[in-house]
Design a protein around this ligand. Structure first.
Ligand code: SF4
Ligand code: SF4
Length: 280
């Protein structure tokens, strides 16, 4: 079962919630940090890293003496990664999305399949039975979704918490598609609520079980609650704004460390997600 933790915007408290959820689960559980452009789950969990591997894609490299300049490769490339030159082509491998189209259309076998590293996946543990997996995109890399999809192929634990990237772009959508339950962390501010509604509009197309955690509450949230009631979204937890929590999480402490009372709350959330069978 994949339980993903998403947010409409950065800074809503997504990692605070995903790590607390992970730590509160009784039994075998994994956490995948799929916020690959800026992974920070390790700061909260301090895992013991045991292994690492590189993730590669195939990009074309021109074999000049075979190319006759027909430009079929440039014409099929949707990402403008191949530019037409008189009698040849120029390849910008940083723009290549590794779709494979150019290899298929080249009539002269003039494109070599070159391996290009896009990022790394690290593997570790956080105490007994708790697995940690983190993806990190290379600096300047653009194939975020590609790396996330490679990571999700490796989900094997009965319960996996996925910390996804913020926002409603392709990387987030690729995680929502694979999730069994989606938790949205919503910052209780006008911007936070507006971003949540935008990501929810995308998520509801997948017809998944969903719940929200409302974070940093300092004012009236009636409108947000009405929206959830109208859409049938379960409110899993409400966390008031607290300066001490903000300071502690910025130091990499998780909610359960800060206030052990949260352990009961997160266990209750697991009961909601897995139907009251948690720890039984
Ligand atoms: S593999 Fe696809 S994206 Fe990359 S250069 Fe070829 S056609 Fe363009
Ligand atoms: S399709 Fe092949 S032969 Fe034609 S321009 Fe591209 S690399 Fe050269």
């Amino acid at each position: 079962m994949i339980v993903s933790v998403s947010s409409g915007k950065g800074g809503a408290g997504k990692t605070t919630i995903s790590t607390s959820l992970f730590l509160s689960y009784e039994g075998k559980v994994a956490i995948f940090d799929c916020d690959v452009e800026e992974p920070d789950v390790h700061l909260f969990l301090k895992p013991e890293i045991e292994d690492e591997k590189s993730v590669y894609v195939e990009v074309p490299e021109l074999i000049k003496n075979k190319c006759d300049g027909c430009h079929k490769c440039a014409e099929i490339c949707e990402y403008n990664a191949i530019m037409k030159l008189k009698g040849s082509v120029l390849i910008f491998e940083d723009l290549c999305h590794s779709c494979g189209g150019c290899f298929r259309v080249c009539p002269r076998d003039a494109l070599l399949r070159k391996k290009k590293e896009i990022g790394k996946i690290r593997y570790g543990t956080v105490g007994k039975g708790k697995k940690f997996v983190e993806g990190k995109l290379n600096i300047g890399g653009t194939l975020t979704t590609h790396l996330i999809k490679e990571m999700l192929k490796e989900v094997s634990s009965p319960i996996t918490v996925v910390d996804g990237p913020p926002g409603s772009s392709c990387p987030s959508v690729s995680i929502m598609e694979k999730s069994d339950y989606i938790i949205f962390v919503v910052e209780a501010t006008p911007y936070g609520i507006s971003d949540f509604k935008r990501i929810f509009m995308v998520a509801e197309k997948f017809n998944k079980e969903m719940g929200i955690v409302i974070n940093k509450i300092s004012g009236d949230i009636t409108e947000l609650k009405d929206f959830c009631a109208d859409k049938g979204i379960e409110i899993l937890l409400e966390i008031p704004f607290d300066l001490e929590i903000a300071k502690s999480t910025s130091r990499g402490e998780n909610l359960i460390e800060i206030n052990p009372g949260f352990l009961k709350e997160f266990k209750r959330i697991w009961d909601v997600i897995i139907g009251g069978t948690h720890g039984k």
